[in-house]
Write a protein that binds this ligand. Structure first.
Ligand SMILES: NC(=O)c1ccc[n+]([C@@H]2O[C@H](COP(=O)([O-])OP(=O)(O)OC[C@H]3O[C@@H](n4cnc5c(N)ncnc54)[C@H](OP(=O)(O)O)[C@@H]3O)[C@@H](O)[C@H]2O)c1
Length: 257
C-alpha cells in the first residue's frame, strides 16, 4: 500500500512534527492537525519548504463530534491513504495531590482514547471504499503497566492498545491496516515535564523513524526502545501481589504545563 496522502494529528509538536517532516516531499499532500496555530503553521512551512502540499486544521480532539466531521471533510478534499493519530495528552498525580484531577482524567480519555478510536473507524469507512489504507495509533508503554500516579493516562493508552489490536483484526479484510505504536520516553515537551529520570530516552526523529517503518511493514504493534519490550514481559510474568507491592512504591512528579 503506497503511503500517499497523510493525515497527522498532533503535528504542531514533538513526534507529530517529526513525522510530518519525514513525510514531506513533492507530490504528497499532508493534512496536519493541531491546536496551537502558530506551531502548526511552523510545521506546515517547513513541510512546504520540502515540496509537500500542506493543508492545516486547528482542532481540539476533546470535541469528538467536531473531530469526526473534520476527518470526513478533509478526506473528502484530500483522499487519505495514511492516517497517523499521534496527538496526545499526558498528566499524572502530583506528589502534592491526593488523587488525580477528575476533569483531567476525563480529558485524557477523550483525547488519548475516545476520539482516536472514533477517528479510526471514520477513516476506515472511507478508506475501504477506495480499496484500503493504513492507520497508526500512537499509544505508550504506559499502557502495559499499572502506574498508580497516572491511572488516567495509562488507562487511556491501555484502552487504545486493546482498540488497536481488535480493530486490526476487524479491518484487515477490508484492506485497512491498523498498527499500534508504543513509545517509551521521547524527548518532547510532554516528557520534559517529568521530574526525574527518563531512561532509554530517544529523540523525536528516532521515534518518527520507528513509526514510519512500522507503517511501511504493516506491523501490528511496535514498542520502542527495546528495553521496554523486556519490561513488559517481566510485568506479564510477575504475580499480581508482587507487582502491586512493587508498583505501590513507585512514584513520579511533573512540572506545571
Ligand atoms: N514524549 C513521550 O515521552 C511519549 C511517550 C509515549 C507516548 N507518547 C505519545 O506520543 C504522542 C505524541 O506526543 P509528543 O511526545 O509528541 O507530545 P507533545 O510534544 O506534547 O505533542 C503533543 C501533540 O498533541 C497535540 N494535542 C494535545 N492535546 C490535544 C487536543 N486536545 N486536541 C488536539 N491536539 C492535541 C498537541 O497539540 P498543540 O501543541 O497544538 O496543543 C501536540 O501537537 C502522544 O500520543 C503521546 O501520548 C509520548
Amino acid at each position: 500500500m503506497p503511503t500517499g496522502n497523510v493525515l497527522i494529528t498532533g503535528a504542531s509538536g514533538g513526534i507529530g512534527q517529526s513525522l510530518a517532516l519525514h513525510y514531506a516531499e513533492p507530490g504528497r499532500t499532508l493534512v496536519l492537525w493541531g491546536r496551537n496555530v502558530q506551531r502548526l503553521e511552523d510545521t506546515a512551512r517547513l513541510c512546504r519548504d520540502r515540496g509537500a502540499h500542506v493543508v492545516t486544521r486547528e482542532i481540539d480532539l476533546a470535541d469528538g463530534k467536531a473531530s469526526l466531521a473534520a476527518l470526513r471533510t478533509d478526506d473528502g478534499t484530500v483522499p487519505l491513504q495514511t492516517v497517523i493519530l499521534c496527538a496526545g495528552l499526558s498528566d499524572m498525580k502530583k506528589v502534592s495531590e491526593k488523587v488525580e484531577q477528575a476533569e483531567m482524567v476525563l480529558e485524557l480519555g477523550l483525547v488519548n482514547y475516545a476520539t482516536p478510536a472514533a477517528l479510526t473507524m471514520a477513516a476506515a469507512e472511507r478508506m475501504q471504499a477506495r480499496g484500503g489504507g493504513a492507520i497508526a495509533l500512537i499509544g505508550s508503554v504506559a499502557a502495559f503497566h499499572d502506574l498508580p500516579f497516572a491511572a488516567g493516562y495509562g488507562g487511556s493508552k491501555a484502552g487504545l492498545a486493546r482498540f488497536a489490536s481488535s480493530a486490526r483484526i476487524a479491518l484487515a479484510p477490508l484492506g485497512v491496516h491498523v498498527s499500534l505504536i508504543a513509545p517509551g520516553f521521547v524527548d518532547t515537551a510532554m516528557s520534559q515535564r517529568i521530574v526525574g529520570p527518563r531512561p532509554f530516552l530517544v529523540t523525536p526523529d528516532q521515534a518518527a523513524r520507528h513509526i514510519i517503518a512500522a507503517i511501511a511493514k504493516d506491523r501490528a504493534e511496535v514498542i520502542f526502545p527495546w528495553p521496554f519490550r523486556v519490561l513488559r514481559l517481566i510485568d506479564r510474568l510477575t504475580p499480581r501481589p508482587l507487582r502491586e507491592a512493587i508498583m505501590s512504591r513507585v512514584n513520579a512528579d511533573q512540572k506545571p504545563r
